[in-house]
Design a protein. Structure first.
Length: 250
């Protein structure tokens, strides 16, 4: 165990990675989203694609635990299992493709995806059509594929599932539980592909400390009457992180 911790402590760029974990938690604390969009573009500059996703997963998996019991009572069960089924089918496809992706391509792709998602969020773009139950299965599949290849399962859920004609509390609960299950899937999937790396897992658990600290501080700073300001700050921080991963600076 001491050797494992020493290896994790010796990770190149650890200070930047820990700072990204803190800022990702901070943004999530006052804006409700953004951890992966901030963390991955920075982490991918120092870690391999599988290491970056594994560290993010172990960093983030503990956060929802206090809210799971309450959320489970509000979940739309049919939707949840459609999302899960779609993910179970397409996540292995995404992970299989990721094995052939060069680290530089992964890094640039994650940064470009984060920038694209930022444009969509800032522009207020949302799907306004009818989201059928069959479409929910497709949304789960898209989340699984994008989560496997880029560690970003959230965009399909945010863009499409949020348009489901259900109470906001049900949408939030279903999404929270689905993404928690996704984390379990990604860990199992990486094991099946022989991509478990104990150092990346230990690093992720260690990064949970600055991540939770950021969450706590962001929650303390948040004032509902200034929500637009906080979202603006979140967008700026996501943009800085995403741009840092592009090849303009090297």
């Amino acid at each position: 165990m001491p050797d494992l911790l020493a290896e994790a402590w010796a990770t190149p760029g650890l200070g930047w990675i820990a700072f990204a974990a803190f800022i990702g938690g901070l943004v999530r604390g006052f804006a409700g989203f953004g951890t992966a969009l901030i963390f991955l573009p920075v982490a991918a500059q120092f870690l391999s694609p599988f290491q970056a996703i594994l560290a993010l997963t172990f960093m983030d998996i503990l956060g929802p635990l206090p809210n799971l019991r309450k959320a489970w009572g509000q979940v739309e069960q049919g939707d949840l299992w459609r999302l899960v089924l779609g993910t179970a089918v397409m996540l292995p496809v995404g992970l299989a493709v990721l094995q052939w992706v060069a680290p530089e391509v992964f890094r640039y792709s994650v940064s470009l995806l984060a920038l694209g998602m930022l444009v969509i969020l800032a522009g207020g773009v949302r799907y306004t059509g009818v989201v059928s139950r069959v479409m929910v299965l497709g949304i789960g599949g898209a989340s699984g594929f994008l989560g496997g290849i880029a560690g970003l399962p959230g965009p399909p859920v945010i863009l499409f599932y949020m348009a489901r004609p259900l109470p906001a509390s049900v949408i939030r609960a279903t999404t929270l539980v689905f993404l928690f299950i996704f984390d379990g899937f990604i860990i199992a999937g990486m094991g099946a592909f022989g991509r478990w790396e104990s150092v990346a897992m230990a690093l992720g658990l260690g990064l949970a400390i600055p991540g939770m600290a950021g969450n706590w501080l962001g929650g303390r700073l948040f004032k509902p009457e200034q929500e637009r300001l906080y979202r603006g700050v979140a967008y700026v921080l996501i943009a800085i992180s995403a741009l840092s991963g592009l090849p303009f600076w090297r």
